[in-house]
Design a protein around this ligand. Structure first.
Ligand SMILES: Cc1cc2nc3c(=O)[nH]c(=O)nc-3n(C[C@H](O)[C@H](O)[C@H](O)COP(=O)(O)O)c2cc1C
Length: 385
């Protein structure tokens, strides 16, 4: 499957008019971040909470956003930049932006068109889409909708099923494998517990056998059915040697997602990872863990040029991508803002979100005097500035 590199050229930007234009059938959003408010108006409250929520008291969730806001980027002047490029390599392949869609479970909760719609929009935008193990559409349908697609692996208790998923992802044309290492159990998502959250019958983990009517569907007040399902299905006592085993099991580029301590970034590189994602799972796992961006510099220093370092958590627009690049990241994953856009307008909403993100990134690079994302990585930052 070819990697698309051409960014979407939306008509307004091509004409030199920087103001965002409403996409047909999609409520107007002036920025990528606007989709959060719009989605709140269209989603059932318990689905909104499932997506928006973090774990525990949601201190880590809030810390992700607050830490980004504290990072000031020093712009450079008079560098002759008129229209910067936004393309950059991820895992050694050119992409239209240094951005990938974060793996997110059960996207048909947000919109009936679910994963294939968001993957198609990402493909059209030239951005990799990471398909979750817990996708509500089968991986084959997602890769057929667009590409490039990376497959995110949750380690199931049954190692035979882990092998099967890896083989299926490979056969379906996925171009990378991302193993998530921060979910020994699901963090306590108290909004879901309070809502007695369970999947509706029409949404299920389509890559797993027997998922219709599984534990994730049997709700009872005061519990999260999704958490009970994960506890039953996921292996929790993994070690770095399991990641080494996985490295030996596939030729696909391997991404390890969910490290915060730089010592774990080094262990990921030792296990053969091509990239690590510094992440606290969008504040959904250990509440009290640090904001992901605050650990980025240490991870970069620890792994040097042994592997790429990406970051996620709270990235909600082009300026945040610039912040991450200026801190030295190769790129970012973006989660909720893209799912909100899918919720609001399906494929058209997702297309609008990628067009806004591309325009925001281009504006941020122009204002910072950078001809491309590589130059942004040489910018200085001030924390707390
Ligand atoms: C609704 C939802 C579902 C998620 N499902 C997964 C998943 O299946 N696998 C995974 O590795 N991470 C999952 N994550 C975490 C994201 O990949 C990502 O780390 C996080 O959302 C980034 O923060 P952001 O949403 O602020 O961009 C999920 C996050 C959300 C919000």
């Amino acid at each position: 499957m070819p990697d698309a590199v051409a960014p979407p050229v939306d008509a307004a930007t091509a004409a030199g008019d920087p103001s965002p234009r409403p996409a047909a059938g999609v409520p107007f959003a002036a920025s990528l971040a606007d989709f959060a408010g719009l989605a709140r108006g269209v989603l059932p409250p318990e689905v909104y909470d499932f997506v928006a929520g973090g774990s525990g008291a949601e201190t880590t969730l809030a810390a992700n956003r607050a830490a980004l806001d504290r990072i000031a980027v020093l712009p450079r002047m008079l560098r002759g930049v008129e229209r910067p490029r936004t393309d950059a390599p991820l895992l050694g392949r050119p992409q239209a932006m240094p951005v990938a869609v974060a793996p997110m479970a059960y996207q048909r909760l947000a919109h009936p068109d679910g994963e294939p719609a968001l993957a198609a929009a990402a493909g059209a935008a030239g951005v990799p889409y990471v398909a979750s193990t817990l996708s509500s559409a089968p991986i084959e349908e997602i890769t057929a909708a667009g590409g490039p697609v990376w497959f995110q692996l949750y380690w199931l208790r049954d190692r035979g099923m882990v092998c099967e998923l890896v083989d299926r992802a490979h056969a379906a044309g996925c171009t990378a494998l991302m193993v998530t290492v921060d979910v020994p159990i699901l963090g306590p998502r108290l909004r879901d517990v309070r809502n007695g959250f369970a999947l509706p019958p029409e949404v299920a983990a389509a890559n797993l056998p027997g998922s219709r009517g599984d534990l994730a569907h049997s709700g009872s007040p005061g519990t999260s059915a999704v958490a009970r399902h994960t506890a039953a299905a996921f292996a929790s006592a993994l070690t770095w040697s399991d990641v080494g085993w996985l490295r030996g099991r596939t030729d696909l580029p391997l991404v390890v997602k969910g490290v915060l301590d730089p010592r774990d970034a080094v262990l990921a590189a030792d296990a053969g990872a091509d990239a690590v994602v510094v992440s606290n799972h969008g504040g959904r796992q250990l509440d009290g863990a640090p904001a992901a961006v605050t650990m980025l510099a240490e991870a970069l220093a620890a792994v040097g040029d042994r592997c790429e370092v990406l970051v996620d958590g709270g990235i909600s627009g082009g300026v945040d991508v610039l912040r991450a690049l200026a801190l030295g990241a190769s790129g970012v994953l973006i989660g909720r803002p893209l799912l909100w856009a899918l919720a609001v307008g399906g494929r058209a909403g997702a297309d609008a979100a990628f067009a806004l993100l591309a325009a925001e990134l281009r504006d941020a690079l122009t204002l910072a005097g950078c001809a491309d994302p590589a130059e942004a990585r040489a910018l200085r930052t001030i924390t707390g500035g």
